[in-house]
Write a protein that binds this ligand. Structure first.
Ligand SMILES: [Zn+2]
Length: 540
């Protein structure tokens, strides 16, 4: 039992904005009151619900592929040595599994959504997630280029496509459905892409990205998945792509969707020399459409590595940079590309990207619908989130940073005109309450009675970046894991999966498809529930 007393509590879901009050914890949950137990005196501190990352890449084959491609970045990073409470690990831009859990928890983040899992490698992903301590986990499976699903949509067999998606979610012990460059990744098997919503998709007669977006978002809604379709739009990263993003939002009609890393989808201009921000046009449309949520995918300057299922984009990035790169096609399901990358302050394109991420966070007026991410590690590594919080809360600091950008970049962005600063309550929303709501994790993102006792306690410090980088206490599931800024114990997190309803007959359809098209047998394909440690399943 634990009582946190005298702290200023920020719990926006329960309409608490900096009130001094007690938070009582028993049995891993927030409760109304306790008798006895330990007390943490949080006088002069602020109390937040634990952070929830709606979009990150921390586990699975793609991560290992990336780690293998950047030994030089690992060599330059600060290693984490084994001690009495933790195992050894490497930090850097793609920290190893154990280090990932310690680093997230070490800044007060206690739940992560691994945003891109091929069903074919879900077993491996769950093994790595199990090795990522402290934080709770969900994952989304890649469905928008799954050839079985595309074949069925092309044949007009919507109901069967829906059963396949539902079966796949459960086979992977996943939580949600991800769509990456719908159709474009399937086309990449022939070296093609599908950038616009009406582009034909190589290998199909009638399939277009628009058709995939419309069908898959409807499937996810009809299955009643707690998290909407998690969508990485077509035409990522390209100058002028904001029109594709607007078109995508229109194609969704009233279906729910979470638009991932919106920063990469809000550019104007005709080429790399004329690239400019169109964050305002994207934000205007987004603001008027409550069926949508998004995360920033903000960029910070420095070294990183880009990892995405969007193979054709990564090929282009390789061509642009001349850096080493890797590509992997995942049978009938998806692709993957890796390119190490450095965002430079003096580079026009990178400067515009940096501004666009912040502009979206400032121009989208409802903090409940836009969340703090860097699309880790694509825009920057997750442990740099406190730097973004500082940029959002301190307009003077922000103006100083804008001055460092190339003059040409400053003409192409709006950031200098935006005076909005985030309040602490709004930071609690975009880092915790909002993403928990979008994920449908009802016991996360708040400190009301019955919530999971995931709590971050920060010193109230004028240095915002420092304050959010080094919480004074972090409590996970009622256990104090960080105390006086030091890690005191590691605990296991659990995973959440959903089991949608589907017609069992779908297995009779799938079995011969697997015999014909997969290297893995149908019987070996699903992740056995017993293999996934500490999984909580919600049947729909
Ligand atoms: Zn991503």
């Amino acid at each position: 039992m634990l009582r946190i007393t005298n702290g200023r509590v920020y719990d926006p879901k329960n309409n608490i904005h900096g009130e001094v009050r007690d938070v009582c914890i028993s049995g891993g949950k927030v409760v109304a009151s306790i008798e006895g137990g330990r007390t943490i005196d949080a006088a002069g501190m602020i109390v937040f619900p634990g952070g929830v990352d709606v979009h990150t890449h921390v586990a699975g084959a793609a991560l290992n592929f990336a780690r293998g491609l950047i030994p030089e970045q690992h060599r330059a990073s600060t290693p984490m040595f084994r001690n009495a409470v933790r195992r050894a690990g490497m930090g850097g831009t793609t920290p190893t599994t154990f280090a990932t859990g310690y680093l997230y928890a070490g800044m007060g983040w206690t739940t992560v959504n691994e945003a891109a899992v091929p069903v074919l490698s879900a077993k491996h992903t769950h093994e790595e997630l199990h090795d990522t301590p402290i934080v709770d986990k969900t994952c989304c499976i890649l469905m928008a280029n799954n050839e079985i699903v595309l074949d069925l949509i092309e044949a007009g067999e919507y109901e069967r496509a829906k059963d396949v998606v539902a079966w796949m979610v459960w086979a992977a012990k996943a939580y949600g459905v991800k769509a990456v460059n719908p159709g474009g990744v399937a086309a990449w098997k022939w070296g093609k892409d599908a950038k616009q919503l009406s582009d034909p998709v190589e290998g199909y007669k009638t399939i277009t990205p628009g058709k995939i977006v419309a069908n898959l978002s409807r499937i996810v809604d009809e299955l009643g998945l707690p998290h909407p379709m998690h969508l990485h739009c077509n035409n990522l990263g390209a100058p002028g792509n904001y029109t594709t993003t607007l078109e995508t939002m229109k194609t969704l009609e009233s279906n729910r969707a979470h638009l991932a890393h919106l920063q990469y989808h809000a550019y104007g201009g005709d080429d790399w020399y004329s690239i400019r921000s169109e964050a305002a046009k994207i934000a205007d449309y987004f603001n008027a459409h409550p069926n949508l949520t998004t995360d920033a995918g903000a960029v910070l300057f420095g070294n990183t590595v880009t990892i995405t299922a969007d193979g054709p984009w990564q090929h282009l990035l390789y061509k642009l940079t001349g850096h080493k790169w890797a590509n992997l096609d995942v049978e009938n399901e998806t692709g993957c590309g890796i390119v190490p990358y450095a965002y430079k302050e003096k580079n026009l394109v990178n400067a515009v990207q940096w501004a666009v991420g912040l502009e979206l966070l400032l121009l989208i007026n409802d903090p409940w619908r836009v969340y703090l991410t860097t699309d880790h590690p694509n825009g920057a590594t997750f442990w740099r989130y406190p730097e973004i919080i500082q940029l959002l809360m301190d307009s003077e600091f922000r103006r100083e940073q804008i001055k460092k950008l190339p003059p040409k970049a400053r003409e192409r962005i709006l950031l200098a005109d935006l005076d909005r600063v985030y309040t602490l309550s709004e930071i609690a929303i975009i880092t915790s309450a909002g993403p928990a709501r979008s994920l449908g994790l009802l016991e996360k993102g708040h400190l009301g009675i019955g919530a999971d006792a995931d709590v971050a306690i920060f010193n109230d410090n004028k240095d915002i970046a420092k304050m959010f980088a080094y919480p004074r206490y972090v409590i996970k599931g009622g256990e104090v894991v960080i105390e006086e800024g030091e890690m005191r114990q590691s605990v296991e997190g659990h995973s959440f999966a959903v089991k949608p309803t589907y017609n069992e007959e779908i297995e009779k359809f799938l079995r011969p498809v697997f015999q014909q098209q997969y290297t893995m047998s149908f019987d070996n394909y699903p992740v056995e529930l017993e293999r996934v440690h500490g999984m909580q399943v919600r049947s729909l």
